[in-house]
Design a protein around this ligand. Structure first.
Ligand SMILES: [Zn+2]
Length: 138
């Protein structure tokens, strides 16, 4: 591994950087608000009735907000009122912030593990990129 060839000073420097970034990610986790699974899309639809205004793509019905998430491997969708859409949007954004902070913590931990062990000239034997397997599930 390339890290083993780095000087002790360079390993220390990188490890300190990992610690600072890790603390910053932890702070983001602590400050995150309530969360919601899934994603919200805004839809405009056509009812296909002749003479309805929706025949013009500029005047379709909507917006309708559709919340979708995975449940036991299946996609579940619910229509959300325009009034509530902003709340769901915020909770979903919070969940994405939380997940992104956690993924960063995973990556930083892996790097920190490599640097820590490399200082003793040991090799890191944990999983290489734990985030890969999680990402593909979404
Ligand atoms: Zn219509």
């Amino acid at each position: 591994m390339a890290e083993r060839r780095l000087s002790h000073t360079e390993l220390e420097r990188r490890l300190k950087r990992c610690q600072a970034d890790y603390e910053a990610a932890k702070a983001r986790v602590l400050s995150v608000g309530f969360i919601c699974e899934g994603s919200l899309v805004e839809r405009f639809t056509s009812c296909h009735k002749l003479n309805c205004r929706c025949q013009d793509p500029e005047h379709r019905h909507g917006p309708y907000f559709q919340l979708s998430w995975k449940e036991s491997g299946k996609t579940v969708s619910k229509l959300i009122s325009a009034d509530d859409a902003a709340r769901y949007q915020e909770w979903i954004a919070n969940r994405r912030r939380l997940e992104s902070a956690l993924e960063e913590m995973r990556d930083l931990s892996r790097k920190a593990g490599e640097y820590t062990l490399a200082k003793d000239d040991h090799q890191y034997l944990g999983p290489i990129r734990p985030r890969q397997s999680r990402r593909s599930a979404r």
